[in-house]
Design a protein around this ligand. Structure first.
Ligand code: TYM
Length: 382
């Protein structure tokens, strides 16, 4: 447990109230500056909502990715999800980011499903991991990637094509590194000790620069990647990081599949959403109506307002207006929650419709599309 004023971010857990400025310093990443944001948007020819609202806030070598692109060298994208439960609204952000880059820069996407890692990490049985993977695969396919330029793979299935190249990555990572970076010790099973080689390997799937859109909690893997890439004559991977969506209950920790009552799951129906938001979403408003009208809400801790601002309401004028009225007591928590419920349900409704029709696209991205066929027909070489 961390003490009251501190926080801890690892690939498995987030504790405390994350101060993202301090986290940038701690992890040694860089803030996305206004200049860089403009450069990305300029090259893309459109604005990205999450970047614009600073929910995607940090990076490594994003300037180099833009330089490569401007000089015609291109880049490729890589991201992933561990099938340890149904996906929630936090998980989908890095996939939406990845799609935005693919749509606007017309590049290949590689998506890893580390079913092995989730079997090693949690008390899951393989049957459970497989069941979650099948459901998560449909969520990812529903995001709408280009089926001929996207390859989705499960580690246990694709390992034959990756194994030789992974041994080369593994040879460059020793136990003192994984214990320093991940805190692995004598009770860690040896599967987890080896796993970083497999999460790092896809950053070498192409010769060009790899860009990884992901939550900042995954950063420890990329620190190792950046350390070993020059040793094997390859490029250091670039990253663009999103913040971690907190649970409904407030700013501490992160939303997690293991606490579904405090998360909005991609499978939730309209009534689940209403119930969870009304009953569980932490309010920055005052206890009595009278007091609220006098003092207004603390927007910085209010879940409904923060989610609207960061994730679901792209109308700049409207969010400003809601912020002003809620902050001075003219709007009540219930009214702001109603707006969030409407936005969440329309987001989820559209996602679930696409998910129902995603089977064909999923098959293409895993086995039959142009990129998938190429990946299955060749061994990964480094
Ligand atoms: P996993 O399954 O924990 O998370 C998948 C992606 O979702 C992000 N994420 C969140 N983003 C916002 N709010 C949250 N509350 C939240 N919780 C999780 C994660 O940062 C991640 O981007 N080992 C990885 C799977 C993986 C991977 C990759 C991820 C394999 N290769 C390459 C990113 C890039 C994992 O278990 O992620």
């Amino acid at each position: 447990m961390v003490d009251k004023n501190s926080f801890e971010v690892t690939p498995w857990d987030v504790e405390g109230n994350v101060d993202y400025r301090k986290l940038i310093e701690k992890f040694g990443t860089e803030r996305l500056t206004e200049n860089l944001k403009e450069r990305i948007h300029g090259n893309a020819g459109s604005k990205n909502f999450y970047i614009d609202r600073d929910f995607v806030f940090s990076h490594r070598d994003m300037d180099k990715v833009m330089e490569d692109y401007e000089e015609g060298d291109g880049f490729f994208l890589y991201t992933g999800v561990g099938p340890s439960g149904p996906m929630h609204i936090g998980h989908i952000i890095s996939f939406k980011m990845t799609k935005w880059f693919q749509d606007n820069f017309d590049v290949n996407v590689y998506i890893q499903f580390p079913d092995d890692e989730k079997y090693w990490t949690r008390g899951n049985k393989y049957e459970d991991v497989e069941k979650f993977a099948q459901d998560n695969l449909k969520d990812v396919a529903a995001v709408g990637f280009d089926p001929d330029k996207t390859f989705i793979f499960k580690n246990t299935e694709y390992i034959g094509n990756m194994y030789k190249a992974a041994t080369k990555v593994a040879k460059n990572i020793n136990n003192s590194v994984v214990s320093a970076v991940f805190g692995f010790g004598s009770s860690t099973n040896i599967g987890l000790n080896w796993y970083p080689a497999l999460q790092i390997l896809p950053t070498f799937f192409e010769e060009g620069r790899c860009l990884i859109p992901a939550g900042i909690d995954q950063d420890p893997y990329w620190r190792i990647q950046r350390d070993i890439a020059p040793k094997i004559g390859r490029k250091k991977a670039a990253q663009i990081h999103n913040k971690l969506v907190p649970a409904l209950t407030g700013p501490e920790g992160k939303m997690s599949s293991s606490k579904p009552r405090d998360a909005i799951m991609l499978n939730d129906g309209p009534e689940d959403v209403r119930k969870k938001v009304m009953e569980r979403a932490y309010s920055g408003g005052q206890i009595t109506k009278k007091e609220h009208r006098e003092k207004g809400a603390d927007l910085s801790v209010d879940v409904a307002y923060q989610w609207l601002r960061n994730l679901f309401l792209d109308d700049d004028q409207r969010i400003k207006e809601i912020g002003r009225k809620y902050n001075n007591g003219d709007m009540l928590t219930g009214e702001v929650k109603e707006i969030l419920i409407e936005k969440l349900n329309s987001f989820l409704g559209e996602h679930q419709k696409r998910k129902e029709k995603s089977t064909k696209a999923k098959k293409k991205m895993m086995y039959k599309g142009k990129l998938a066929r190429e990946m299955w027909n060749n061994k990964v070489e480094i």
